[in-house]
Design a protein around this ligand. Structure first.
Ligand code: HEM
Ligand code: HEM
Length: 187
């Protein structure tokens, strides 16, 4: 018997779990990225803490890239529940554009980070192993790529804040069940 899909249907437990893991990781990655690059590039402080922050940032970002690839494959195979029917056409369109931009940035930002550390090269993780190299060393190109990486990461953060504001607007003002669709821990 196939499962009934109603307009108020929540996202599947898999989709919700992947969404909330992504939220926690992204909101950890941005402050860690800013702190490590400030300690390294501005304070020129290359101590144990700076190196630990760099290794954690590279490893977590690398894992997030594969998590996002898996999430996108799952999304394309399984789709999403139908939009809440009370949304205007432009609200549906705007939310879809923002969601796909978020997916795009969740792929492009860590890819640029990985390409940047390949070019530098700075692939070492905690002195234990290296990430696979994607390009031959070229420090100037590395700086350019990592500069774009940082700017796009902040764009991802800004877009996520807009997305969260929309979710809170639906929860607190419209009270139309949009937030509930993605809430963790539903049956
Ligand atoms: C979604 C995942 C990621 C996010 C949100 C993110 C975010 C950031 C942010 C906000 C910065 C600081 C930029 C600045 O100082 O202006 C940064 C720097 C950096 N990121 Fe990421 N990052 C991610 C993934 C990665 C990955 C996968 C790698 C490498 C494997 C990486 C390597 C770096 C490096 C090396 C820097 C420092 C650049 C420098 O020292 O100038 N990042 N990242
Ligand atoms: C880094 C932060 C975040 C990212 C990257 C992100 C990303 C996404 C993406 C890509 C989707 C589309 C899912 C799909 O249709 O496949 C989505 C949906 C959703 N997100 Fe987030 N999200 C973030 C944070 C949050 C937060 C903090 C909340 C709640 C306060 C939230 C609430 C929602 C809701 C309610 C939906 C479903 C919208 C609908 O029913 O159309 N998100 N999110």
């Amino acid at each position: 018997m196939s499962k009934e899909i109603t307009p108020g249907s929540p996202y599947s437990p898999v989709a919700r779990t992947l969404h909330w893991i992504t939220v926690v990781v992204v909101f950890g990655m941005i402050p860690v990225g800013l702190t490590m690059s400030y300690r390294g590039n501005v304070l020129d402080l290359w101590d144990g803490l700076t190196n630990t922050l760099y290794s954690s940032h590279k490893l977590l970002g690398f894992l997030l890239l594969w998590l996002t690839a898996g999430r996108l494959a799952y999304r394309l195979l399984h789709g999403a529940p139908p939009d809440v029917p009370t949304l205007a056409w432009w609200e549906k369109a705007a939310s879809h554009v923002v969601h796909w931009l978020l997916y795009g940035l969740l792929l492009v930002v860590p890819m640029l980070g990985w390409i940047g550390v390949s070019l530098f090269p700075a692939l070492d993780i905690f002195g234990l192993f290296n990430l696979p190299a994607l390009a031959k060393p070229d420090e100037e190109a590395a700086k350019r790529v990592l500069g774009i990486h940082g700017k796009l990461a902040l764009t991802l953060g800004a877009l996520a804040i807009l997305h969260i504001a929309a979710a809170l607007y639906h929860r607190l003002i419209r009270r139309d069940g949009v937030m509930r669709r993605m809430w963790p821990g539903l049956g």
